[in-house]
Design a protein around this ligand. Sequence first.
Ligand code: IPM
Ligand code: MG
Length: 357
Amino acid sequence: MDILVLPGDGIGPEVVAQAVPVLKAVLGGAATFEEAPIGGAGVKAAGEPLPAATLELARKADAILFGAAGLPGDELGPRHLRPGGGLLKLRRELSLYANFRPAVMFPELIGASSLKPELVVGLDIMVLRELNGDIYYGTPRGISQDPAGFRVGVNTMRYTEPEIERIAHAGFKAARERRKKLCSVDKANVLETMVLWRETVAKVAKQYPDVELRNLYVDAASMELLRAPRQFDVILAPNMFGDILSDAAAMLTGSIGMLPSASLGGDAGSGARGLYEPVHGSAPDIAGKGVANPLAAILSAAMLLRHSAGRAEDAARVERAVRAVLARGLRTADLWQPGCEKVGTAAMGSAVLQALR
Ligand code: IPM
Ligand code: MG
């Protein structure tokens, strides 16, 4: 299989450099790797956050391992040069609409959670975020001037019925493979787009009578996530609410440095082409210091093995290697606690590789 590696910005290159050897160790000669610039690195190399050559390679690849995109002060520059825009365009160009963000509590890290241990022990949530629609892509958008001369900012929350249907199917299917509970998040008490979301999810639900569907408004969902997170199995969310809730869910597990993700297209089932990335982003404040946690990138590589390479066994092996290293007490700075051994990015990556072998 062809794997495209997009290290990107900030800590992206550092963490990806630890995940690639894991893929090579598992896949050996069965995979070829290519690398290309994206984000700020894309702007630097080719004048745009998603260079045409990078997109071309992405279209041909079976799977993409992505680091991070973003630099400090991003929001200040012109929109077409914003690093994050490269990622947003890639998601949409490849129709990667189903973004799986698992938040799993590793028993070794229970003390690192910001919640009491009894609330997060055994936590295993799958946030399924819609990734191709919503206010992220809706038009009209922009900043203009109103007749009175004041500047006005506009974005549009927009979903079509087919867009909601396909992500709802992905959600019910994912729930079926798990504990058969789906919580759909919306804001149907205020927004018409979200009324359509709720109605469409309810319609799709009829095809999955074995899955229990619950609806929550996003404000209540965020509260419940902090109050009693173990009530959730699969959380199905529109793009923007999913962005927010997945960061919150991530933090329950101790560190956002632990969370992988998979963005899938097709029927979002096994064998689908996918983009795999750590949820944490570019973290410019610690970039280049060799202290970033590479485990989210390594766990993203495991998701690649499971979803795009059809190697569920190997994926589980990588996940076990990560746990073994944590059990030995190795921790990067984001997770370090007294009594543990503090290690940098490269040492953590090598330890996982060693455990894998
Ligand atoms: C994420 C990030 C991105 C998003 C940014 C970097 C564009 O926050 O993947 O969660 O908002 O989707
Ligand atoms: Mg985010």
